[in-house]
Design a protein around this ligand. Structure first.
Ligand code: KIV
Length: 257
């Protein structure tokens, strides 16, 4: 296993894991300094392209954005989401994961699901492709975005799936919108780190979509904490630029040849 991945696993029960998404070089190069994991999430479908679901995200879109992100990362582990429909069976998954890794030079891939994807995960890992799991709300197949783990039967399935993913060899598991006490139980049960998004402080780490964090994407999910208002800064800058252009204050001699 790669050193970066071993180091990440060793963080469990020692220090929290920090993860954010990036879809471009410029953002990746800023967040890289603070992250353990930079995720090229297929959330880019809704965040950048206004798709109603991540189902429309293609392999080529993920590859092009990931190539840009790669240029901005010096130290973090770079994980790329396998988009919907690219891991229907072990052979297709292997072909597509190899393509993602060879074109983007990412360190690992992430895919969604429990028992249904165990064989796929085993095949990828047998072929030396590190895999991050994703349980709880699964945006690629979700009918709604209600948190998971309220009903006993659902809790049992998610807990079982976390053990299956661990046994299959994933190096980490994202828990999306999982009820707090279930996230705590899973985190105690599995030896690999859990990374929560809307899954409580009990997880071994946290991930957020950077555009949500900085106020560039307007979603009203409970799990989002807005740390900055970049929209306001862009507004202010664009307004100042407009004023300078219409009053011929820009460009000055300094900005001319
Ligand atoms: O696509 C994504 O950004 C994700 C995170 C929300 C975990 O999967």
């Amino acid at each position: 296993m790669q050193k970066k991945i071993l180091d990440l696993i060793k963080k469990k029960n020692k220090s929290k894991i920090v993860s954010l998404t990036a879809y471009s070089k410029n953002v990746a190069s800023i967040i890289d300094k603070y992250c353990d994991i930079v995720l090229v999430g297929d959330s880019l479908g809704s965040v950048l392209y206004n798709f109603s679901s991540t189902k429309k995200v293609t392999l080529d879109m993920m590859i092009e954005h990931s190539k840009s992100v790669r240029m901005g990362i010096k130290k973090s582990l770079m994980v790329v989401d396998m988009p919907y429909g690219t891991y229907k069976n072990p052979n297709e998954a292997l072909k597509n994961a190899k393509k993602i890794i060879s074109k983007t030079k990412c360190d690992a891939i992430k895919l969604e699901g429990g028992k249904k994807v165990v064989q796929i995960i085993k095949t990828l890992i047998k072929n030396k492709i590190p895999v991050m799991g994703h349980l709880g709300v699964l945006p690629q197949s979700a009918k709604n975005f209600k948190f998971k783990g309220k009903e006993i039967a659902e809790r049992k399935i998610i807990l079982r799936d976390s053990k299956l993913l661990e046994d299959a060899g994933v190096f980490s598991i994202v828990l999306e919108c999982v009820e707090s006490s279930l996230a705590k139980e899973i985190t105690k049960t599995v030896k690999v780190p859990t990374i929560g998004i809307g899954a409580s402080v009990h997880c071994d780490g946290q991930v957020l979509v950077t555009d949500d964090l900085i106020g560039l994407n307007k979603i009203n999910a409970r799990f989002v904490k807005r740390y900055s208002n970049i929209e306001k800064q862009i507004n202010d800058a664009a307004l100042k630029f407009k004023k300078d252009v219409v009053t011929s204050k820009f460009p000055t001699k300094k900005h001319s040849y």
